[in-house]
Design a binder for this molecule. Structure first.
Ligand SMILES: Cc1cc2nc3c(=O)[nH]c(=O)nc-3n(C[C@H](O)[C@H](O)[C@H](O)COP(=O)(O)OP(=O)(O)OC[C@H]3O[C@@H](n4cnc5c(N)ncnc54)[C@H](O)[C@@H]3O)c2cc1C
Length: 122
């Protein structure tokens, strides 16, 4: 612990983080009170995945065939993707939710709707 603090203070004094190349070093550790946290471990706290979908966000069978009338988006329709960075899950949910909605609206499988004149979906 003492050697870690001394090493950090040396790095701060010369303005270079020799271990992790952090750019904002603060003022070093010199005045108490001090609080120690740890040891810390990294854990994966979620399981990405979701149903398999095709390029129209239609849910597919294990054979890759689209299931008529069934679309998925967001975490439900993540298609097995592992999204490893900040904002990608929400980005996926918003973008592919919108795309899935378009495909639903344009689908020929919608038996509950009849075409309306002068309305286009783009
Ligand atoms: C703690 C935590 C932190 C996260 N941080 C980030 C982050 O920083 N960046 C990022 O990109 N992603 C983050 N995520 C992941 C991200 O929030 C999700 O991947 C994303 O919200 C999924 O969107 P969704 O629309 O698929 O599902 P949800 O956001 O879960 O929306 C589903 C909605 O459906 C509603 N619902 C469920 N059942 C029914 C029903 N029967 N009838 C009507 N409504 C129903 C629910 O109430 C909910 O509002 C985080 C997730 C968690 C849990």
């Amino acid at each position: 612990m003492r050697s870690t603090v001394e090493e950090w203070n040396r790095d701060v004094a010369v303005g270079t983080d020799t271990r992790f190349d952090r750019q904002h070093l603060g003022g070093g550790i010199s005045e108490g009170p001090f609080y120690a946290l740890g040891p810390m471990n990294a854990f994966i706290t979620l399981a990405d995945g979701g149903l398999a979908v095709d390029t129209q966000l239609r849910v597919t069978t294990a054979d890759g065939e689209a299931i008529p009338g069934l679309w998925a988006a967001g975490s439900t329709g993540q298609g097995g993707l592992q999204l490893l960075n900040h904002g990608l899950h929400i980005g996926w949910a918003m973008v592919f939710g919108r795309l899935a909605g378009r495909h639903v609206a344009q689908s020929q499988n919608r038996l509950d709707l009849s075409p309306t004149e002068h309305v286009t979906v783009s």
